[in-house]
Design a protein around this ligand. Structure first.
Ligand code: SF4
Length: 272
């Protein structure tokens, strides 16, 4: 793992994500090394061309005292978008915790999204925000599958356990079922397992990108060869996701669950 410290002018930056005004990425790179990660494009802009995604981490350093919580009143802030705020070395560097500490008192709507059970460490801070939601992202309960696609993220049940602890303390939580691998991700089981914790579920499909297609296809060929042709077809014909969307909506309606679909359909998202 290549770790270096880099100076950053600011750690809170304007966002193009629909519904999100600012994103907070305390690191460049992400140790979780998910094989489908779309954020790998960051290598081109950060001096990491040639480095393997997941094998480097730039620890941003900036003047935390410059963060003014009131500047973000009425805005929506998301931790993170191109890293995981609780990447394993957050234990040592505590960049995410430092930013959270400085944001206390803001009237912003703050969202946390992670694949790490480390998130529970900051429960004491979450409880001091007026408007915060803490979410975990999870796409399968199958540990063996998850270990291959998200090698250094926490085990799915450990993520849920942390979320349960956070929820029990009165902090609003959500589950982001993402990315859905068609015919592999057991999204119904995830809903059933998480329903005692939260009724706020969001869903996103697998996003095929030039840099991740071969990794995804190799994985399917080795673990689920019977689905190789199906994956080729759904990559070419994004409208095939419609049926999965409808299944999710029908199941959520049946269970009376808050459901937000954020599927990409050939490069755009028709968020509902
Ligand atoms: S946790 Fe998120 S940012 Fe990190 S490698 Fe996985 S998908 Fe990418």
């Amino acid at each position: 793992m290549i770790v270096r410290k880099v100076n950053a002018k600011s750690i809170i930056t304007k966002s193009n994500i629909p519904g999100i005004d600012f994103v907070i990425n305390p690191y460049i790179g992400c140790q979780h090394a998910c094989i489908y990660c779309y954020a790998e494009f960051m290598k081109r802009f950060t001096g990491h061309v040639g480095d393997s995604w997941g094998e480097f981490l730039d620890v941003k350093h900036c003047n935390w005292d410059k963060i003014r919580p009131e500047k973000y009143n009425g805005k929506t802030l998301l931790f993170s978008s191109v890293t995981d705020p609780y990447t394993p070395l957050e234990v040592k560097y505590e960049n995410t915790r430092s930013v959270l500490e400085k944001l206390i008192g803001t009237k912003a709507s703050v969202q946390i999204l992670t694949k790490s059970d480390l998130v529970v460490r900051d429960l004491d801070l979450f409880k001091q925000f007026d408007d915060i939601q803490v979410g975990i992202s999870i796409n399968s309960l199958n540990e063996e599958f998850v270990r291959v696609i998200e090698p250094r993220a926490s085990k799915p049940l450990d993520r849920l356990k942390s979320l349960r602890t956070i929820s029990k303390e009165g902090v609003p939580t959500y589950v982001f079922v993402s990315p859905i691998f068609p015919k592999i991700s057991d999204w119904q089981s995830i809903i059933d397992a998480a329903l005692p914790i939260t009724d706020d579920f969001r869903f996103e499909n697998l996003n095929f990108r030039r840099h991740n297609v071969s990794r995804i296809m190799d994985l399917v060929a080795s673990k689920h060869p019977e689905l190789s042709e199906f994956f080729t077809q759904i990559m070419r014909h994004p409208s095939m996701w419609d049926e999965i969307e409808e299944d999710i909506e029908a199941y959520c309606s049946l269970r009376k669950i808050r459901c937000k679909i954020e599927f990409h359909h050939g490069g755009f998202s028709k968020t509902k």
